[in-house]
Design a protein around this ligand. Structure first.
Ligand code: ZN
Length: 471
């Protein structure tokens, strides 16, 4: 059985003819995020008529508490109790002048390259999710790269390179440091955006180019990659991968007029799905093979189909095929959120609609907001399908760091002096807390909800991170 090389690892510009300029760099805002923090309104008209009385309403007069706000309720197929509290990050694989992903094997042009098809599929997925009230972060919304796309030998004059992952290297690379330099910074920027948006899931969409011995193989199949090396990976990420894979396979099957396979799941630490590499070991000697800051939520990389079989390529280039893939990923996400019991979103209550915006410079692009001076108002929302246990604790800790944000919880998380109501699915509450004192140097605070020695971050609900200083 030939082993298919995942298209994430392919490089377009390395072989010259794979890449060509697309003309001018189109500067775009690459994120679109629906209102998340304001979605838990108190407007009675939006409340579900079947909502039961909140068990926590009686404590709303206590200092430090707001009123428990009922789940708005909806007919959302993805998360009925409070769809606006869910955020999905969609990564259309590849993009920009340099990185076409897999080019069209028939050399018909950029319109049929992997990067174009993944963006089309991603837009269809975005539209489906937004129609169900879900917040969406588009990692890229056009034919762009985030972390640099400047390479005159191939006539690419995109934005200048940045060292996003902090390895001291940036740019396209050279003979000593081949193309992966660019890829590492680009993929780190994509992870940073999803992490600081506190996305509930990150789905990266790719189309495979199966090959063996350097030869393309004309077969068609779907395959989904994930990591099982995070605390939530074995259960949550594997389950998301399983559901996305099944959704795509099922939706493409009725459209395929050719044989296509189901390669199922593979746990493999491709850069985008991998946990951060803490230190090099004999088993894991390559410090460049994993990100500095890994995804803080379930991340899956779906090779939705194959570009090398012409019939499959034609299907994935058609509106029907692209819509089927989007529907399949949507099905997987809806099933995932429909069975995710324990989850929560912690956000700044006064921030209003927010989305991570890139900062200028030549380093990391996305940084956390600055912690306000004095009492901190946080909105806590139950985004799972089970009520929170009573006695959940809001916990926080600081770490002094020059990293934009933390890849792991800092040591010594302490409980904050506030009682957390046992929120039902979709319910939210605003609480007021005082954070521990920040370190002398620049620090980042990590705020999560804990119970029984674990926090929601251990289950793949990203912590709220705040900086002690403006970046
Ligand atoms: Zn790819």
């Amino acid at each position: 059985m030939p082993k298919a090389g995942p298209c994430q690892m392919s490089t377009s510009a390395a072989s010259g003819d794979d890449a060509s300029p697309l003309g001018r760099w189109q500067r775009r805002i690459v994120v679109s995020l629906m209102l998340v923090l304001t979605a838990c309104g108190t407007d009675a008209a939006r409340s579900s008529p079947t909502l039961r009385p909140s068990p926590s309403a009686s404590i709303s007069e206590e200092p430090g508490f707001g009123t428990v706000e009922p789940a708005p309720g909806s007919d959302s197929e993805v998360y009925g109790p409070n769809p606006g509290a869910i955020v999905v990050a969609i990564d259309p694989g590849h993009g920009g002048c340099l990185d076409w992903g897999v080019p069209d094997p028939s050399e018909r042009g950029v319109e049929l390259a992997e990067k174009t098809l993944t963006l089309e599929i991603a837009h269809r997925l975005r539209d489906r999710l937004e129609a169900e009230g879900i917040g969406v972060v588009m990692i890229r919304d056009g034919d762009d790269a985030l972390a640099g796309d400047d390479y005159p030998p191939l006539d690419c004059q995109g934005p200048p390179w940045r060292d996003v992952n902090g390895d001291g290297l940036s740019g396209f690379g050279d003979d000593a440091l081949p193309e992966a330099t660019r890829t590492r910074d680009e993929l780190q920027a994509r992870l940073d955006l999803a992490n600081l948006a506190q996305a509930d899931a990150l789905v990266s969409i790719h189309i495979n180019s199966p090959s063996a011995g350097g030869q393309r193989i004309e077969i068609a199949f779907s395959e989904t990659f994930y990591t099982d090396e995070t605390s939530w990976g074995v259960e949550a990420t594997a389950r998301l991968a399983e559901l996305v894979q099944a959704g795509v396979v099922d939706r493409l099957a009725p459209l395929a007029t050719y044989e296509r396979g189901d390669r199922g799941l593979t746990a493999h630490n491709f850069y985008l799905v991998a946990p951060p590499l803490i230190e090099e070991t004999d088993e894991r000697p390559n410090r460049w093979a994993q990100p500095t800051r890994g995804g803080l939520m379930p991340v899956v990389l779906a090779e939705v189909g194959s570009i090398t079989l012409r019939a499959e390529h034609d299907l994935l280039s058609s509106p029907q095929g692209q819509d089927a893939v989007a529907a399949g990923v949507f099905d997987g996400l809806a099933a995932f959120f429909g069975e995710r019991e324990l989850a929560g979103r912690i956000g700044l209550a006064d921030a209003g609609p927010s989305q991570p915006m890139p900062v200028a410079g030549d380093g990391p692009m996305y940084w956390p907001p600055v912690a306000p001076v004095g009492p901190l108002k946080l909105r806590l929302t139950n985004t799972g399908t089970a009520a929170w246990a009573s006695g959940m604790e809001l916990v926080a800790g600081w770490e002094e760091t020059d990293q934009p944000y933390l890849a792991f919880a800092p040591g010594g998380l302490v409980p904050l002096d506030v009682e957390v109501p046992a929120l039902a699915p979709g319910e939210s509450v605003v609480v007021e807390v005082i954070l521990p004192s920040p370190p002398a140097g620049r620090g980042v605070a990590w705020i999560s909800l804990g119970s029984g020695g674990e926090t929601l971050a251990d289950h793949g609900s990203p912590a709220l991170q705040l900086s002690s200083e403006a970046s």
